[in-house]
Design a protein around this ligand. Sequence first.
Ligand SMILES: C[S@@+](CC[C@H](N)C(=O)[O-])C[C@H]1O[C@@H](n2cnc3c(N)ncnc32)[C@H](O)[C@@H]1O
Length: 470
Amino acid sequence: MDLNIDIFVSYRRSDAEYFATLLVDRLASHGYSVFFDHDSLKGGDFRHSIEAAVDSCSDFIVVLSPDAFASRIQSENDIMRAEIARAIKTGKNIVGIATRGWQGFPAELPAELDALRWVQYISCGDIEYREEAFRRLTSDNDYLRSNPRSPGVSPAPCVPSTPAAAKQVRHSNKYWENYADSSKEEIWLRDQEVVLRDFDRDVYESLLSEKSGLAVLDIGCGTGITLMDRLGSRPEVTHILGVDSNPEAIKTARARYQSSPKCQVEFEYLDSEAPDFADKLEAYLRNHDLDGFNFVNITMTLMHLRSPFAVLSRIRRVLADGAQFFVRDIDDGLNIAYPDENNDFQHLNKLVGDLPTTGCRTDGRQLFGAFTHAGYKDIRLRKSGLSTVGMEFDDRRALFEASFGWLRGDLEVRCKSDESNESYREDLLWFDDNIDAMREKFQAPDFFYQEGYVIFTARYCKERPGSLRR
Ligand SMILES: C[S@@+](CC[C@H](N)C(=O)[O-])C[C@H]1O[C@@H](n2cnc3c(N)ncnc32)[C@H](O)[C@@H]1O
């Protein structure tokens, strides 16, 4: 079976998923057809699927990350091992690309992988080296055998059995690692926090009404501004734990909010996708003599996770019976601009969707399934779409900045990451040429814009032993 693939990217999900996503985006933007998705290989006879995919490619890139050849590689059921073994057996052109922390191959490798020790590889440590490595990979003829199909165009990476739109493909999105100054994110998060205050208000009111003694968990709290605005001075709340995987954001949140007179507030640097996430939360509950969290707040974060389902499932054991969820997220399918005679807003939203830094832009529609599969009850879509109707100047400004104000920075980062990429440069030029006129248009009282924010609520109900189920 020929799957029509140029390049197969093999990587270890535990420490190289984000790197692999950037690499695949780059290769796709240069016109290569790329295969890299492990998800589609789960279940069924994965060896068969791997064989078909590897057999079909000309080039096989293996991401040499610190975890790549850790103990898992010794297992015959390891997917990465099976991928590499097949590539070696079928004589593929194998190129290694070493990430930060790579210390070389271990002394013991399964015999079928031994030939890997002699393949050529490119090293890249920090961001600049990474960019240089990507540039060499795509411009030197020494590495890849396959030719780009249509240079300069950006076909979606080839991900069998998922819809065509690249931004429905999820990955752990540590976007802040690409920013020289991650504190800049605060500027648009503040606009977002302000413009969404009214949007959120009645939902919070309904969830908090007649409650007391609530222990709140906020996942992806950032610098804490939204969390503390919504819940920091509520009389119903006694404990707040905000967690985030960006250490800088946690430092800022601690400096700002550690001492609240209303309730006990703490911020922890934790990755919600780490396997020991729930253990760490359990330790917090023990230290505070709490039975479980009663309220889980997650705003604009699930879109950045590889698997919201996995996180929602993992935290069940740290929740109190009846715990409430408030989740606000995004679905760009709900964005509407009218009038948009030249399709400028449509184009702007496409730029947002094309960037590797913006998370899963169809997350809103995926949340119902994620909550359902993770066993939650009373799942409700409370709001969908925040529009300019009824907005005055300041709110319109804030909505525009929250939706697009940060976009230039991300386009610039992408340009710097590949200075030879014409289409990246053109996108930035187009943005600079058009953004002021669009900002002005946004302020016209009869211009209608809707940004696809969604709010979901759900409840956790403890299963009672012996209860009858139909
Ligand atoms: C768009 S910001 C939202 C911040 C805040 N919740 C708000 O609404 O203002 C997304 C946040 O999720 C955090 N994040 C992303 N992946 C995470 C993970 N795996 N675990 C914990 N936090 C994560 C990011 O560091 C970032 O602070």
